[in-house]
Write a protein that binds this ligand. Structure first.
Ligand SMILES: CC(C)(COP(=O)(O)OP(=O)(O)OC[C@H]1O[C@@H](n2cnc3c(N)ncnc32)[C@H](O)[C@@H]1OP(=O)(O)O)[C@@H](O)C(=O)NCCC(=O)NCCS
Length: 153
C-alpha cells in the first residue's frame, strides 16, 4: 500500500526524533546556528516546539517559551527550499495562535538588525521594535546587537 500524502502542509509538536532533520536545516539557514543540545534542552524544558511539514519534507520549525502570560519566540526557521512561499508567515501565525490559546497576552523576540527578511516578516505581522539589546549575538569578528520586538496578542 502506498503512503497517503496529506494534501496540505501541517503542524505537529516536535519530538527528539525530529532533531537530526531540524539540525540539517538549521545549519543551512543560520550563520550562527543553534546546537542539537539547544533544541534537546528546549524539548526537555517543555517549551512549545513545533514542526511544520508536508509529507516527509520539513518546511520549518518554531519554538516558543510560554510563561507568566508572555510568549518568547526562541527560534523560527523555514528550510531553504521552502523560503519565500508564505510559509514563514503561516508558521508565525500558528505560533501566535498557540500562544493565545495558552492565554499569553504579549509575544516578544530578538532578531539581528542585519536579518532584514525576518524583520520585514515580523513587522508585517504586527511586531514593533521595543529596544536594542547591546552585543547580544555572537558575530563574525565580534558581537552584534539584537533588536527586541514585541506584539500584543
Ligand atoms: C525569516 C524567515 C523565517 C522567513 O520565512 P519565509 O517563509 O521565507 O517568509 P514568507 O515567504 O512567509 O514571507 C513573509 C514576508 O516576510 C518578508 N520576507 C521574507 N523573506 C524576505 C526576503 N528575503 N527579503 C525581504 N523580505 C522578506 C516579506 O515581507 C514577506 O512578505 P511578502 O512575501 O508579501 O513580500 C526565513 O527567511 C528563514 O527561515 N530565515 C533563516 C532563519 C531566520 O533568520 N529566522 C529568524 C530568526 S530571528
Amino acid at each position: 500500500m502506498s503512503a497517503v500524502l496529506n494534501n496540505a502542509p501541517s503542524f505537529r509538536p516536535m519530538c527528539l526524533d525530529d532533531l537530526d532533520k531540524v539540525m540539517a536545516s538549521e545549519l543551512k539557514i543560520y550563520s550562527h546556528p543553534w546546537t542539537f543540545g539547544n533544541f534537546r534542552d528546549s524539548l526537555n524544558a517543555g517549551y512549545s516546539c513545533w514542526i511544520y511539514e508536508y509529507g516527509e519534507s520539513l518546511i520549518g520549525y518554531g519554538l516558543v517559551m510560554l510563561a507568566a502570560g508572555e510568549a518568547h519566540l526562541l527560534n523560527v526557521g523555514i528550510a531553504k527550499e521552502w523560503q519565500r512561499q508564505g510559509m514563514g508567515r503561516k508558521l508565525m501565525q500558528h505560533l501566535i495562535k498557540v500562544s493565545r490559546e495558552y492565554q499569553a497576552e504579549f509575544m516578544f523576540l530578538e532578531v539581528r538588525p542585519s536579518n532584514i527578511p525576518a524583520i520585514r516578516l515580523y513587522e508585517d505581522i504586527g511586531f514593533n521594535e521595543m529596544a536594542i539589546r547591546k552585543n547580544y549575538y555572537p558575530a563574525h569578528g565580534g558581537r552584534e546587537d539584537a533588536v527586541l520586538m514585541g506584539m500584543t496578542l
